[in-house]
Design a protein around this ligand. Structure first.
Ligand code: FAD
Length: 463
């Protein structure tokens, strides 16, 4: 593996700072360059595992002095090459900064270090009667989720990371440490720097502390699946559910191709038809009423085979099947990698966008299962390709390009939740025009040397 000029000297300085918590072992470097998607592995030159904000600030100062790129790293589950070291440099892995720093039960908030994963956080909150609901399927870190503005299955009820982060502590490119806000539920104090760093993919600063909103654990939960004669009917039912003002906690769509994958992967016997996965949270009485209304609405739209899961283990089996759709989808074509798409459109255009996309993929002969957070108008098609066949990759990217153009023409976006990373760079200007130039100005102001996660969000990220 080639070690870039200056990386050896920097590695020595970092080792002096944090000892064995700096690694240049080949396996460690390679592990930090890989992603779950089709993007090529891009390894850093060194990986550091800080334990305090002061250490992070010193690491950033040392890297800045050496002109070395800095790539923050959470759990490495992002899907657009967001944490790949496109220009090498130092990867800051937050695995050892994974503590809950304070739980404020009466205020329903929590202060955490960025490396804690969402499952670790909820395990530690277990006795408080509170939970953190944002669920991207993978056991991602809170720092990574903040930095990709993640959402997932429960956003339809609880919002995305942008709605649930109250304040941040951030190390800037020059090593200064700032706080973006206090813990107050609302504030009109100047520019909203919290929102600026949420979704910045580590390109504007390194997050070292996060204050999150918490929510009461619902006293009753019930989940259900229901299949439909076609995608259109399933989406119409989802829209009707939302318009009925039922506060559904999850409304997830899985198409017939993905249902085939789920059955094979999880050994289940669901109908291989477009299917809604639903969940309701509330009191016993409220959940029972919501379930009754939901069943009536879905039946009206041609839904059948409504199957309820009230017991915790039945619900967990159901959501386990849904959460593993990436691996279930990949199982439809052994050895394949996935080009993972992530468009989001106003919900009134969703059925049209979905059915046109399905037709486009089928007519080009791709195995391409679809899964969607349809309550938000967001869906993913996994375009399965042979990673060694350049023409398949080109065909998949062309299909993705048409899908994004279709979504943007419908007033939607190229990425509802995965971020831009390496994979959506080409689409940003078509979607946002001159606003991208303003983003570049913000980048230039906060990271004038272009050292923070370079190569992401913009082509040639150096300002
Ligand atoms: C099976 C599967 C299902 C998924 N489903 C969803 C889904 O439904 N919804 C969804 O939103 N996502 C989903 N994802 C994607 C992924 O889980 C999210 O993008 C997640 O937010 C990434 O978190 P992470 O800790 O793995 O971050 P990483 O991959 O480690 O990093 C992601 C980005 O955040 C930056 N970063 C990390 N930590 C910091 C920090 N402390 N300071 C500054 N920048 C930082 C990195 O530099 C990088 O740009 C899924 C992934 C998988 C594998």
């Amino acid at each position: 593996m080639h070690v870039r000029d200056g990386a050896g000297a920097l590695a020595e300085r970092l080792s002096r700072l944090i000892g064995p918590r700096a690694s240049v072992a080949r396996a460690v470097l390679e592990q930090h360059g890989r992603s779950e998607s089709y993007h090529p592995a891009l390894a850093p030159d060194i990986v550091v595992f800080p334990e305090t904000t002061a250490e992070v600030a010193e690491i950033v100062r040392l890297c800045a002095a050496a002109g070395m790129p800095i790539v923050p790293y959470g759990a490495g589950t992002s899907l657009e090459g967001n944490a790949a070291a496109a220009a090498g440099g130092a990867c800051i892995d937050f695995a050892r900064m994974n503590k809950v720093l304070a739980v404020h039960g009466s205020d329903m908030d929590v202060v955490v270090q960025p490396g804690i994963t969402r499952k670790q956080l909820n395990a530690q909150l277990r006795d408080t009667g509170l939970f953190f609901p944002i669920d991207p399927g993978a056991d991602a870190s809170i720092g990574g989720m903040t930095s990709t503005r993640a959402s997932g299955t429960m956003a339809v009820r609880y919002g995305t990371m942008k709605d649930n982060v109250l304040a941040l502590e951030v190390v800037l490119a020059d090593g200064r440490v700032i706080r973006t806000a206090k813990r107050a539920r609302k504030s009109a104090a100047g520019y909203d720097l919290t929102r600026l760093f949420v979704g910045a993919e580590g390109t504007l600063g390194v997050i070292t502390e996060i204050t999150l909103k918490l929510h009461p654990v619902p006293p009753a939960i019930s989940a259900a699946t229901c299949s439909f004669p076609g995608l259109h009917a399933a989406v119409d039912a989802a829209i009707a559910l939302i318009q009925s003002a039922i506060p559904a906690a999850r409304i997830e769509l899985v198409d017939e191709v993905m249902m085939r994958g789920i059955n094979a992967y999880s050994g289940l016997g669901y109908a291989e038809a477009p299917t809604l996965f639903l969940e309701f949270h509330g009191t016993e009485a409220a959940v029972a009423e919501q379930a009754q209304i939901a069943e009536a609405i879905t039946t009206e739209h041609g839904g059948h085979g409504f199957a309820w899961a009230k017991a915790a283990e039945d619900r967990s089996r159901l959501w386990h099947a849904r959460d593993n759709t990436l691996y279930a989808g990949l199982g439809l074509r052994p050895g394949a990698r996935a080009v993972i798409t992530d468009v989001c459109v106003p919900i009134s255009r969703l059925a049209e966008c979905l059915t046109e996309t399905r037709r486009d993929a089928d007519s080009h002969g791709f195995v391409a299962p679809i899964v969607g957070h349809v309550g938000d108008g967001n869906f993913h098609m996994l375009i399965l390709i042979d990673p060694d066949d350049a023409s398949e990759l080109a065909g998949a990217k062309a299909l993705q390009g048409r899908m994004v153009a279709r979504a943007v023409a419908m007033d939607g976006t190229c990425t509802g939740e995965h971020g831009v990373g390496l994979g959506k760079i080409d689409y940003l200007t078509d979607e946002l025009g001159e606003a991208v130039a303003v983003m570049r100005s913000v980048k230039a102001a906060l990271d004038p040397s272009g050292l923070l996660n370079p190569g992401k969000i913009f082509a040639g990220a150096d300002p």
